[in-house]
Ligand binder design. Structure first.
Ligand SMILES: Cc1cc2nc3c(=O)[nH]c(=O)nc-3n(C[C@H](O)[C@H](O)[C@H](O)COP(=O)(O)OP(=O)(O)OC[C@H]3O[C@@H](n4cnc5c(N)ncnc54)[C@H](O)[C@@H]3O)c2cc1C
Length: 335
């Protein structure tokens, strides 16, 4: 038996380990576009701010993969899934076959339209590679514009300020799905950021960006303000990273549609974590449950079910976005 798991986030790791646990003789392959060893994504802002070093963001769940006989295959970005031939083609030209496939490719941040024409002006804050680039460039910057709503915007603004940058946070305050914090907490934390010197522009958009001299950029907001900066950090909502499934026959809405067993409409393909739109048998509806904890639970279940487990996913309150690592948001911003 050959289990192929795509993505080395919490869902992918949990799926690989669960499949291994139930099927001791199987081949288990964890193929991911990332080159880095698994890490704790929620701690990336602490890495950017200098509060943690690289070793402090390593994901303990990813440490014993080799000992468990799980093959970690980095630098493999899935490009196409051929569900009829049980094959995944990767962008480096290689292929992997499978008996069971688990898609756990998470999400990617949304890029605002105005930034599309100014590629040198911005960096995302989503992966470890992003965090390394942001940290490195922030060292050479005085002023950073952070763009993004809610929790991710707050965390990015906090980290950049802690690093010593002048920070202007543009919070579009868009209606968003997977909103991880209440409005009340957001208001309180935003006040704390202000008290720490972060300038906040709420309810506006980036309308335009001009490259002044390759080092300085001029950001114009929808409200007509102009902000000069050295860097724009994009910390926006993540949408499921599932484009490579086009043409595979696997059904998707906003995310990959799975039933209560985490199985797609193709019987040997499962999906888990931020890329999956899971059927909730109690509410009789499908939705994406963003968050680390939910990804671990779904990954584990998908892994077990691929290996014959037959368990149903029951959502509960703890499955939502949880602050699992480090102090709660309030304390972080106060620190
Ligand atoms: C800055 C930041 C802070 C956060 N803080 C928190 C927090 O405090 N609490 C919380 O609950 N959640 C937090 N989150 C969200 C949390 O990290 C995600 O919900 C969680 O990582 C989802 O896990 P996942 O395994 O589904 O996907 P991911 O962790 O996104 O992992 C997906 C993996 O798949 C890989 N991949 C993508 N496309 C392909 C492809 N085509 N081929 C191969 N590999 C691919 C990706 O590179 C990645 O390794 C935060 C997110 C960010 C960005």
């Amino acid at each position: 038996m050959r289990y192929l798991i795509l993505g080395s986030g919490p869902a992918g790791i949990a799926a690989a380990k669960a499949a291994r646990k139930l099927d001791k003789d199987a081949e288990v392959i964890l193929a991911t576009e990332e080159h880095a060893a698994p890490y704790l994504r929620p701690l990336l802002p602490d890495f950017v701010s200098g509060e943690r070093e690289l070793s402090g963001v390593a994901d303990p769940q990813g440490k014993d993969l080799a000992d468990l006989g799980i093959r970690f295959s980095g630098g493999k970005r899935a490009r196409r899934v051929d569900a009829a031939r049980n094959r995944v083609a990767f962008s480096d030209g290689t292929e992997e076959t499978y008996n069971f496939l688990c898609v756990a490719t998470g999400g990617r941040p949304i890029l605002p339209l105005a930034l599309m024409g100014a590629p040198g002006s911005f960096l995302f804050l989503n992966s470890l590679g992003d965090a390394q680039r942001v940290r490195e460039r922030a060292m050479r910057s005085d002023t950073t514009v952070v763009y993004g709503p809610g929790y991710l915007g707050i965390e990015a603004a906090r980290a950049m300020r802690k690093l010593g940058n002048e920070v202007v946070w543009i919070n579009p305050g868009l209606p968003r799905f997977g909103n991880p914090i209440s409005g009340e907490v957001e208001v309180r934390v935003t006040d704390r950021l202000r008290a720490r010197g972060v300038k906040v522009h709420e309810g506006t958009e980036i309308a335009d960006v001009t490259d002044v001299d390759g080092r300085i950029f001029e950001v114009v907001t929808a409200g007509g303000r102009t902000i000069r900066c050295h860097l724009i950090v994009v910390a926006t909502e993540r949408l499921p990273s599932i484009g490579f499934l086009e043409g595979s026959g696997v059904k998707a809405g906003a995310g990959i549609l799975v039933d209560e067993y985490l199985r797609t409409n193709v019987s040997n393909i499962y999906a888990a974590g931020d890329c999956a739109e899971v059927f909730d048998i109690n509410r009789r509806e499908s939705r994406i449950n963003f968050g680390w904890r939910s990804a671990v639970k779904q990954g584990q279940l998908a892994g077990e079910n691929m290996a014959g487990g037959g368990q149903v996913y029951i959502k509960n309150a703890e499955d939502y976005f949880g602050l699992l690592y480090g102090p709660p948001l309030n304390e972080r911003v106060g620190a």
